[in-house]
Design a protein around this ligand. Structure first.
Ligand code: NDP
Ligand code: 8X3
Length: 253
């Protein structure tokens, strides 16, 4: 029986790479992100290689509770169950100290990275419970284990993802839902372009002089975590480039 994976933040980076990989593995896909035109392009690209994948596009903003609820409720008519939920949508904005931080940036990070995960998980729960092997993968970060200069609120949101992943594992134990957290270090995606508010030169500088992870590295790990035997769960998996020892600590050329 084909499985269905629901990926938030599938318009770029890890989420987009997961979409291609799960399609190759013959999963049906539910893809979210705010940029609907990107979702359409990704759908066309996947279908041009594999016509046997059912793809539902669900463009919504994970920050907006009513939008999340309404969009996910439409799935009740469109699919039988969700087997894997990848809570991946997230972002960092800014690298200033708290004294110089912008409140609207803090709110965007908190609303996306913490509240977004809670809303999506809560409203997807009925569909996960219809699966015989439900699994939630939360995308955390090394920033959820260590706080670094300029990381403040982003680090706090990823520490919250770490706590919520542990809490979900406890709360959902009796419901038979596996909960895993994948925590990457530096990976070259659109993450730093977003963090530096579109300044591509500053973003590129983050990955200068060493080989960072790429989206496919992390997607491969997420897919692997969800394909292990039913009695095996990876609680958390921290992955960094070989050239990174900790946030900001790199072996550069
Ligand atoms: P990208 O910027 O490439 O992708 C982020 C994705 O999140 C996009 O698809 C974006 O879609 C989506 N997204 C952001 N805000 C919202 C929202 N409000 N509603 C719905 N979707 C949203 O970055 P990554 O792939 O690197 O990031 C994915 C996850 O990995 C994030 O949670 C990030 O914190 C985490 N991470 C990243 C690391 C890195 O070094 N790259 C390392 C560790 C963790 P759209 O803009 O279309 O809405
Ligand atoms: C993104 C990686 O080190 O910039 O979560 O926080 S880092």
């Amino acid at each position: 029986m084909k499985k269905t994976v629901f990926i938030t933040g599938a318009t770029s980076g890890f989420g987009e790479a997961c979409a291609y990989l799960y399609a190759e593995k013959n999963y049906n896909l539910i893809l979210n992100g705010r940029r609907a035109e990107r979702l359409e392009k990704i759908k066309s690209k996947i279908l041009s290689n594999n016509k046997n994948v059912d793809i539902i596009l669900l463009p919504f903003d994970v920050q907006k509770k009513d939008e999340v609820e309404k969009s996910i409720n439409t799935l009740q008519q469109q699919c039988k169950s969700v087997d894997v939920l990848v809570n991946n949508a997230g972002l960092a904005i800014g690298t200033t100290g708290i004294q110089d931080g912008l409140i609207e940036d803090w709110e965007t990070m908190i609303d996306t990275n913490i509240k977004g995960v809670l809303y999506v998980t809560k409203f997807t729960l009925p569909l996960l419970l219809k699966s015989s092997c439900p699994h939630i993968v939360n995308v955390g970060s090394i920033a959820g284990k260590v706080v670094y200069k300029g990381g403040n609120v982003y680090c706090a949101t990823k520490h919250a993802v770490d706590a919520l992943s542990q809490a979900m594992r406890i709360d959902y134990l009796d419901l038979g839902i596996k909960v895993s957290q994948v925590l990457p270090g530096a990976a070259e995606t659109e993450f730093s372009i977003v963090r530096y508010k579109g300044d591509e030169a500053k973003a590129a500088n983050v990955y200068e002089g060493y080989k960072p992870l790429v989206a496919e590295d992390v997607a491969n790990i997420i897919v692997w975590v969800t394909e292990l035997p039913q009695h095996v769960n990876i609680n958390e998996l921290l992955v960094m480039p070989t050239a990174q020892a900790a946030p900001g600590i790199f072996k550069k050329n």
